[in-house]
Design a protein around this ligand. Structure first.
Ligand code: AP5
Ligand code: MG
Ligand code: ZN
Length: 207
């Protein structure tokens, strides 16, 4: 059973790595941020509630995201495990998660603050397939996988990025101690090239 949590500040590479490792280990990639953005696009009740929090870079209330994850990990494709990307983000979320499942490993992708501002202000995403890239990686603003024009997330502007980092430091960083106290934390240096970060995480999971 591989019930994995990917921790790390905004821009650490949680989504980039979860998507690669999801493919190589055949585990579903569950990103609460992606699920919430899809809810906003589809104008669901959850999306309407979440939008203002997300646009400002603040956390969506615990009960909403806990409900999303509870429902998602109960689905049959999660029977052998899953990768949670961006959940939990508060102590209350971590404690709620422990009442519904057993987390086997928390992977903390560590990168320092100023580098994250640079990564996030240059991030571009594909509105069709979800592929994530960076302006430094392409000549034309087209998805390398499906050719659709890339867009920028509304929360990827400098002021909102700085707020997201502050929210992370206050509410989410304490989870490092929470999982370390349980003896299931793996620390990964997220300031290496993308392939090396992937291989370090795969080694941690298999080791
Ligand atoms: P979410 O979508 O989870 O955003 P986040 O935590 O801010 O994290 P990011 O997605 O910005 O970063 P990432 O670590 O995935 O980095 P990425 O791989 O894209 O959440 C958004 C919002 O939703 C929150 O603000 C909140 O409102 C709400 N929300 C979500 N979950 C919630 C929860 N549990 N509770 C309450 N609210 C919640 O990489 C970033 C960039 O860097 C890319 O351009 C990439 O190409 C590049 N890059 C990646 N790795 C490397 C590398 N090794 N070297 C160089 N560049 C790299
Ligand atoms: Mg992400
Ligand atoms: Zn695409």
């Amino acid at each position: 059973m591989k019930n994995l949590v990917f921790l790390g500040p905004p821009g650490a590479g949680k989504g980039t790595q979860a998507s690669r490792i999801s493919e190589s280990l055949s585990l579903p990639h569950i990103s609460t941020g992606d699920i919430l953005r899809a809810s906003i696009r589809n104008q669901t009740e959850i999306g309407l509630k979440a939008k203002a929090y997300m646009d400002a870079g603040n956390l969506v209330p615990d009960e909403i995201v806990i409900g999303i994850v509870k429902e998602r990990i109960a689905q049959s494709d999660c029977a052998n495990g899953y990768i949670l990307d961006g959940f939990p983000r508060t102590l209350a979320q971590a404690e709620a998660l422990d009442t519904i499942t057993t987390i086997t490993m928390a992977v903390n992708i560590d990168v320092d603050g100023e580098k994250l501002v640079k990564r996030l202000s240059g991030r571009r995403v594909c509105p069709a397939c979800g592929e994530t890239t960076h302006v430094s990686n392409y000549d034309k603003p087209e998805c390398p996988k499906c050719g659709v024009t890339l867009i920028q997330r509304v929360d990827d502007n400098e002021d909102t990025i700085r707020n997201r980092l502050a929210v992370y430091n206050k509410s989410t960083q304490p989870l490092i101690d929470y999982y370390s106290g349980k003896g299931i934390l793996k620390e990964i240096d997220g300031f290496q090239d993308i392939d090396k970060v992937t291989s370090d995480i795969v080694d941690a999971i298999n080791g």
